[in-house]
Design a protein around this ligand. Structure first.
Ligand SMILES: Cc1ncc(COP(=O)(O)O)c(C=O)c1O
Length: 363
């Protein structure tokens, strides 16, 4: 039986040759010129003034919050539906995570509910552009935070290649974070980046990721810092992956449109609207009435899927009470379908015909 994975990264001869050439050149593997080049390429692609790469997306979020001086006594507003790295990056710094519900349309933080969650202790807001989608009024979040003196940190880990009204996601907030983990549109195995336009803030990020050093190689420490650094070995892979990104963005959009066409009007499997002019979906997603049964049905036919993240407030790590109806509903019904950029049209047709068969059988 042919197995269709839910997600797999794509590396080809170009990455293999680049790694080989790099090792032959005598590079020290650790971050150096290739890392700086990778940062420039990402910054140029996203239209961001600065880019700082770090070990992974979680660290990118943590370093961004550290640069905003988030710590004990502060509150950070986070959507209840997101990957757990978003709230964890605030909690690990001693800040109080305040969850707010999401909006049904984009599955991103709901503007009105977010406003209700603000107190005089709110230090930062983490806007997650989940699956490359964004709230239509994204500029209002920016204005609101600016007026209130709240840092806006965008978690754009799933949004490389996606825009809002033509502007790259991750460039709306004070700082924006990307991830290059294995399931992302480009991957360096692990990796993350912080985008930003404010030189002073980005300088803080650079210090935080390098032990608080005055400058690389110096043993004079101006701030508290860690070792959040990247490696040139990953950067040479990332540089090759970035060359493929424009094609991948178009392919993701084409695959998403095909899924939408083939699953339209199906009872029991609801599509989440996607604006393909802006969004290159990370994963292809549906809301299914009988999710577990559908997942088992597809699994029995070699089609791998993955349930959405849980509503995080109720996870044991947070253990909070409260009502977050939309996050709870999508957490219960959401299913990620096969989403690799290497999927063939026939694979998507097969997946959709199996979903159709399931939905018709279930009436
Ligand atoms: C929304 C979101 N934030 C943060 C992360 C964490 O990124 P990383 O796995 O690179 O640490 C992820 C990873 O999937 C994510 O999807």
């Amino acid at each position: 039986m042919k197995i269709i994975n839910q997600m797999e990264p794509s590396f080809d001869d170009e990455e293999r040759e680049a790694v080989n050439d790099y090792l032959k050149s005598g590079g020290w593997i650790t971050e150096f010129k290739k890392t700086r080049e990778f940062e420039s390429v990402i910054a140029a692609y996203c239209g961001s003034k600065h880019c700082s790469v770090v070990s992974n997306g979680t660290i990118a979020l943590t370093a961004a919050l550290m640069a905003c001086n988030v710590g004990a006594g502060d509150e950070v507003i986070v959507p209840d539906y997101t990957m757990v790295a978003t709230p964890n990056s605030a909690a690990i710094l001693g800040a109080k995570v305040v969850f707010a519900d999401i909006e049904r349309k984009s599955l991103c933080l709901d503007f009105e509910k977010m406003k209700k969650a603000v107190t005089n202790k709110t230090k930062a807001l983490m806007l997650v552009t989940i699956n490359g989608r964004y709230p239509e009024n994204i500029e209002e979040y920016v204005d609101f935070c600016r007026k209130k003196g709240i840092w806006l940190v965008e978690d754009a880990a799933q949004s490389l290649g996606s825009k809002a009204h033509g502007k790259h996601l991750g460039t709306f907030g004070d700082l924006g974070c990307l991830s290059f983990s294995s399931p992302k549109i480009i991957s360096t195995g692990q990796g993350g980046a912080i985008l930003g336009g404010n030189e002073e803030l980005m300088e803080r990020v650079r210090k935080i990721r390098d032990f608080g050093r005055e400058k690389p190689g110096s043993d004079h420490y101006l701030t508290m810092g860690w070792n959040f650094k990247f490696t040139d070995l990953q950067a040479v892979i990332g540089l090759e992956q970035m060359k493929k990104l424009p094609w991948r963005v178009e392919r993701k959009k084409a695959l998403g449109k095909l899924y939408d066409k083939l699953l339209a009007g199906l009872r029991g499997a609801e599509l989440i609207p996607t604006n393909y002019a802006d969004t290159a979906p990370w994963f292809f997603d549906i809301l299914a009435d009988r999710r577990e049964a559908l997942q088992a049905f597809l699994d029995g036919r070699g089609i791998k899927t993955r349930p959405f993240y849980p509503a995080l407030h109720s996870e044991p790590a947070y253990g909070l009470k409260g009502s977050y109806p939309i996050a709870e509903e999508v957490a219960r019904r959401g299913l990620w379908l096969p989403s690799s950029v290497s999927l063939k049209d026939e694979d998507v047709e097969h997946v959709c015909s199996m979903i159709r068969e399931f939905c018709v059988k279930q009436g």
